[in-house]
Design a protein around this ligand. Structure first.
Ligand SMILES: [Zn+2]
Length: 399
């Protein structure tokens, strides 16, 4: 316990130590164990520190069988015995802010709603707690934020120390310790008494603003997403920029942005409706033109057409219009985009199954597709001209 320098001085960024063990993990990663360290190993929901030891990158720190392994990107020189370690301070301080903010927020939910925290996650982008709440109202969010930030602004001392069993019994613990000896309690006076081996600043003021940014139901609890300190400020900056971009784009003010968006969406819906109506009118004209002189083929009449860049959906619509207006029509349609797509459809009085016709045509373009006897569609590589493919299909019809 005494060799964890971050217990004695949480702000220690550079330290000296002796190597007590060198090893190699199964995956080939070199590691060292030191007689003392300021590196925090992964644990208690808090990610490990990174940094350097003698200039080698410390990529991961983990406690394995009571020893703290500092995993390195390359082994240290063989003669090295005494080393200098450096912590990536920005990362560590960020972890201290998020982790301690979590202490405060969790204690706040207990005080306001008797809701205990059942899980905590501190990731690179997201920080969450799962609280045993049934629901989280905007009122409770506001109250919790106010109270948590009040504790921050009062700049209370944070005391982290090892306690005896007798002492422990007298403390109003927020949660029960997970270990039975060497119990360390982190105390925010009159607020939070928390058995914890993590890293915390000396005062609550250093946590900075605590901001809830979202929540969702998760396995019978409420998962609350929040940010503390510099992360909260960075998030504010990002959102401010986003809002500025939007108001500039919409040439409106922040206050009127939501109304403006609503109006735009309503307009878009109306336009979409009009467009759909015009499109179907246009398609009816188009169909009429094709139906003027279809090629007679026995009892059927064939409309054959190849397009560039039209969508499969449009082709299907056109096929439907054609076959509904003339029951003797066979529509053989193709469109070339980055591939060649086919739609075959027949009127009610035609007996040739379109899925069969398509199946016999697709091998030409190494294609795939399906459908039913009335309509079938598929596509393949645009390796030959669409007209040639349709001619082939028509040849099959004649046969
Ligand atoms: Zn803690």
């Amino acid at each position: 316990m005494n060799n964890r320098l971050y217990y004695q001085n949480v702000y220690l960024q550079t330290f000296e130590a002796n190597i007590v063990k060198r090893g190699v993990e199964e995956d080939g990663t070199a590691y060292v164990v030191l007689d003392q360290t300021a590196f925090y190993p992964t644990g208690g929901g808090q990610p490990c520190d990174t940094g350097t030891i003698e200039g080698r990158r410390v990529t991961d720190v983990e406690e394995v069988d009571g020893e703290i392994r500092h995993r390195l990107d390359a082994p240290l020189a063989e003669h090295t015995q005494r080393v200098t370690g450096r912590i990536d301070w920005e990362r560590r301080f960020d972890h201290m802010q998020q982790h301690t903010g979590q202490h405060i927020l969790s204690a706040t939910f207990i005080k306001l709603a008797d809701a205990h925290t059942v899980a905590f996650h501190l990731g690179r982008d997201h920080v969450t707690i799962d609280t045993a709440l049934n629901e989280l109202t905007p009122e409770l969010i506001e109250k919790a934020e106010r109270q948590a930030n009040q504790v921050v602004l009062e700049n209370r001392q944070i005391d982290a120390r090892f306690v005896t069993t007798e002492e422990l019994e007298k403390l109003p613990l927020t949660k029960q310790p997970t270990v039975s000896e060497n119990i360390r309690v982190v105390i925010i006076p009159d607020y939070d008494y928390n058995p914890c081996g993590g890293t915390h600043p000396k005062t609550t003021g250093e946590v900075g603003p605590i901001k809830i940014i979202g929540w969702e139901r998760h396995r019978g609890n409420i998962r609350v997403q929040f940010l503390c300190g510099w992360r909260a400020l960075a998030d504010y900056t990002r959102k401010q920029q986003l809002l500025q971009d939007l108001t500039r784009m919409m040439t409106t003010s922040e206050a009127e942005l939501a109304d403006m968006m609503q109006r735009l969406l309503a307009e878009k819906e109306a336009l979409k409706e009009t467009l759909q109506q015009k499109e179907s009118e246009l398609m009816a004209y188009e169909a009429e033109r094709y139906l003027k002189d279809p090629a007679e083929l026995g009892s059927a009449r064939v409309v054959q057409a190849a397009f560039e860049g039209r969508s499969m959906l449009e082709l299907q619509q056109l096929a439907r219009v054609l076959t509904s207006q003339d029951e003797q029509i066979v529509a053989l349609l193709a469109t070339t985009t980055d591939k060649l797509q086919l739609v075959f459809a027949r009127g009610a009085r035609v007996t040739v199954p379109m899925n069969q016709l398509l199946k016999e045509t697709l091998p030409l373009i190494d294609g795939k597709g399906g459908g039913n006897p009335a309509m079938a569609q598929g596509g393949g590589a645009a390796t030959m001209a669409a007209d040639a493919v349709l001619d082939h299909a028509r040849g099959l019809l004649e046969a």
